[in-house]
Design a protein around this ligand. Structure first.
Ligand code: DXP
Ligand SMILES: NCC(=O)COP(=O)(O)O
Length: 252
């Protein structure tokens, strides 16, 4: 729940502004401005602003993060890879939240969750360094019992379940992926974690995820940016938030 949205907490929406920057960078212009998009998104109901500083800087740039940090009325959720460069940068910016994500340089988009089981030591060190600066750490992971247990073991208080497989699937396969997400939420809650979710969610697949009562926040970007071309930016944010809240209240 944010200062601008005192009616919560029902379910929070983190608006991801990465692809506003993608469009800007496509022509090397200064527009559309991701900072303006973030501030307008807050006015339209976003509970936080999510942005992913990729190692290849394909969309968000360091200057975007630095410019946005002091202007937000809600909070920043900075997504970053587990590299020393990214962790040091995040510690300088001190966003409210840092979400640690896996990154492959050649991927079109984030393909899977962070492997916390395999990279236990590295993730634990990153969590410690960020937490020493007062930053809340979230781990972007698959809805897998071992990964969720590892997230709790490294001391992260928050997980974000990767909903990409759910979003990409259809029919029976999608129902199976939804069940996987639901199980992940249960395991997260059992470990005392705040459970968020995101990736690939859009206006007609978000409902089943928003209806899961223990999910605290959904991070959504690409679909909102895409819909804003037809609906306008603030309307696109408002519509998504309204769907999420109506679904959650209806599911209660
Ligand atoms: C981690 C995540 O799901 C988002 O940050 C997403 O990765 C952003 O879009 P791209 O994957 O296209 O950079
Ligand atoms: N962490 C997921 C996110 O921020 C948004 O992903 P998408 O909606 O752009 O796929």
């Amino acid at each position: 729940m944010s200062f601008l949205n005192p009616v919560g907490p029902v379910i929070d929406l983190g608006v991801n502004i990465d692809h506003v920057a993608t469009l800007r960078n496509a022509r090397g212009t200064v527009y559309p401005d991701p900072i303006r998009a973030a501030l307008l998104a807050e006015q339209a109901g976003a509970d936080c602003i999510t942005l992913h500083l990729r190692e290849d800087r394909r969309h968000i740039k360091d200057a975007d993060v630095l410019a946005l940090a002091p202007q937000l009325a809600t909070r920043m959720n900075l997504e970053a890879a587990v590299t020393q460069e990214m962790i040091d940068f995040a510690c300088r910016v001190k966003p409210a939240d840092v979400c640690l994500v896996p990154e492959k340089r050649t991927e079109v988009t984030t393909e899977g969750g962070l492997d916390v089981v395999r990279y236990h030591k590295e993730v634990e060190a990153a969590v410690k360094q960020l937490q020493a600066e007062g930053i809340r750490v979230s781990l972007f992971i698959d809805a897998d019992e071992a990964q969720i247990a590892a997230a709790a073991a490294v001391g992260a208080p928050v997980i974000e379940l990767h909903t990409g497989a759910y979003a990409d699937a259809e029919g029976a396969a999608q129902i199976a992926e939804l069940e996987r997400v639901k199980a992940g939420v249960r395991w997260g809650v059992q470990h005392g974690l705040k459970v968020n979710a995101g990736h690939g969610l859009h206006y007609t697949n978000v409902q089943a995820i928003a209806a899961i009562p223990d999910i605290a926040e959904l991070n959504i970007g690409h679909a909102i940016v895409a819909h804003s071309i037809f609906a306008g930016w603030e309307n696109a944010v408002r519509e998504m938030k309204a769907i999420m809240v109506a679904t959650r209240l209806g599911a209660k």
